[in-house]
Design a protein around this ligand. Structure first.
Ligand code: ATP
Length: 328
């Protein structure tokens, strides 16, 4: 009897296996059909070139997507599953501000307050969960990716260099740049002297296996890229770590050129930048707690005044290089 039923049992087992394989394949094809969380609308419009736009946040709230949301974003029938999955906390809550065209807005506040997240939304790395982010009066979600990429220039704390020549690293920002334009940008970014001193000049190979640039040199090269790209909006995470005082002063001069005439949002760590800002936004717990100029906020005697007295006014307490008077 066993000899008779054995193969039949095996056959039904195989059918089960086959069904599992078919179901698994259909899941694979569903996953291949994934769409990214951020998408361009079919009727998206291009931001006007050569016009410096203002930046506006209107009642913006945001939380980072969970891993499930990233991978299951476009699978309608799995949305319910997503609802049940763990929800991340709100990182921005009802954030509203207006950065007028051509002005400098400094973002200050404690670590984890949401400053970087605000800058991520300006370059549309994510869409807000509530409220609207506008550039030049347009909801970011209505703009083409290309015009947004052209309009927004980002300088982060760690400038990335390709293992290639300095020239190629610069051309990445403007592929059609002439030799004169490259050198002009290097001059504005305070890195021309260094390049002139290298035997191969712009053809020096940089990166981990080539000429290793110092932190300050890397930052200035990133600023030269910014000058070549000519974005109308600059998002900058001002870094002070690992810079000697000479580099520090050179980076400061380079930034002055780079930010001029553009709408800038700077996560500011230097008192000199904060003092020059047209407005300071004090971010804490994902909210804008205070706004105003340096003098106005000091006079208010609130969180900014506290930050100023504990950190900004006493750089020696936070910085191993007390000789740089205006560094945080
Ligand atoms: P810092 O000055 O330390 O850089 P910050 O003010 O820029 O801080 P954000 O980096 O915007 O703060 O972080 C705000 C909150 O969001 C923090 O609680 C942080 O842990 C969280 N967060 C940041 N990035 C992510 C991410 N990719 N996924 C999930 N949570 C994140």
């Amino acid at each position: 009897l066993q000899r008779l039923f054995g193969p039949i049992t095996q056959l039904s087992g195989m059918q089960e296996l086959a069904q599992t394989v078919v179901v698994s394949f259909s899941r694979v094809f569903e996953l291949l059909d994934l769409k990214p969380l951020i998408q361009e609308r079919p009727d998206a419009i291009a931001l006007k070139k050569k016009v410096v736009p203002d930046v506006e946040f209107e009642h913006v709230s945001f939380r980072y997507p969970t891993a499930d949301e990233v991978s299951l974003a476009s699978l309608e029938h799995l949305r319910a599953e997503r609802e049940r999955s763990e929800v991340t906390p709100d990182v921005l809550r009802d954030v509203s501000f207006h950065a007028q065209a051509g002005t400098l807005t400094a973002l200050v506040g404690p670590s984890g307050a949401g400053k970087s997240t605000i800058t991520h939304l300006v370059s549309r790395l994510y869409d807000p969960n509530g409220g609207t982010v506008r550039l030049g009066g347009h909801d970011l979600r209505d703009l083409t990716f290309e015009s947004l990429r052209e309009a927004v220039g980002v300088v982060s704390q760690d400038a990335y260099l390709f293992h290639d020549t300095i020239r190629e690293n610069l051309l990445y920002a403007r592929p059609t740049a002439t030799e004169d334009e490259l050198m002009e940008a290097c001059k504005g970014a305070q890195i021309r002297d260094l390049i002139d001193s290298l035997p191969l000049g712009l053809d020096t190979v940089t990166g981990d296996r080539g000429y290793r640039m110092s932190g300050g040199e890397k930052q200035r090269l990133a600023i030269a890229r910014l000058l070549l790209k000519e974005p109308s909006i600059v998002v900058l995470d001002e870094a002070t770590a690992h810079l000697d005082s000479e580099s520090e002063a050179a980076v400061q001069r380079a930034l002055k050129t780079a930010l001029h005439g553009r709408t800038s949002l700077v996560i500011a760590h230097r008192l000199s930048t904060i003092r020059e800002a047209d407005q300071i936004l004090v971010i804490d717990g994902g909210r804008v707690r205070e706004r105003g100029t340096h003098d106005e906020l000091l006079a208010q005697g609130g969180l900014y005044a506290e930050l100023y007295h504990t950190q900004f006014a006493n750089p020696a307490a936070n910085d191993p290089k007390p000789e740089i008077e205006d560094e945080l």
